[in-house]
Design a protein around this ligand. Structure first.
Ligand code: MG
Length: 143
């Protein structure tokens, strides 16, 4: 049986930081960024296609609670860029409640440190700075 893997969106497969910089300069970009127009992070498409062969992949993302339209926008974004992950998306503010083996996430504010499997701190932890690093680590350690 394939291991279960959860992958975050913003800062992991979608370039939230770039959009935040371009679309405004407030300190709460989650309150104004257009989630439909985020660029795909470098290497993310190929990485997920590869991982999809060896893992059961789900998207796990936290849309801003005060902007309900963003919940749908995130689904539209997945459909546009990762259509093969159709119906494999979980929107939650509690990533510690997800049951699985690996969580790839750049934030630690939604329960990530308490995830029962292995949390790979994307963009921050050594060896998980980008998709190339992260893939290397995963295939060395978890496959
Ligand atoms: Mg994130």
């Amino acid at each position: 049986m394939k291991k279960t893997m959860y992958i975050d969106m913003d800062g992991v497969i979608s370039n939230f930081a770039k959009a935040a910089k371009e679309q405004g300069n407030g300190n709460r970009p989650d309150l104004y960024v257009d989630y439909r127009n985020l660029e795909v992070m470098p290497g993310a498409k190929d990485a997920l296609m590869q991982l999809n062969i060896d893992f059961d992949i789900f998207i796990a993302s936290t849309p801003p609670w005060s902007r309900p339209e963003c919940w749908g926008h995130k689904r539209e974004w997945i459909e546009e860029h990762f259509p093969w992950l159709k119906r494999k998306m979980i929107l939650t503010h509690r990533k510690d409640l997800l049951i699985g083996d690996i969580l790839i996430d750049d934030s630690r504010w939604r329960g990530q440190p308490d995830f029962k499997g292995n949390w790979l701190w994307f963009g921050t932890a050594q060896k998980c700075l980008n998709w190339q690093d992260t893939l290397e680590l995963i295939y060395k350690k978890y496959v």
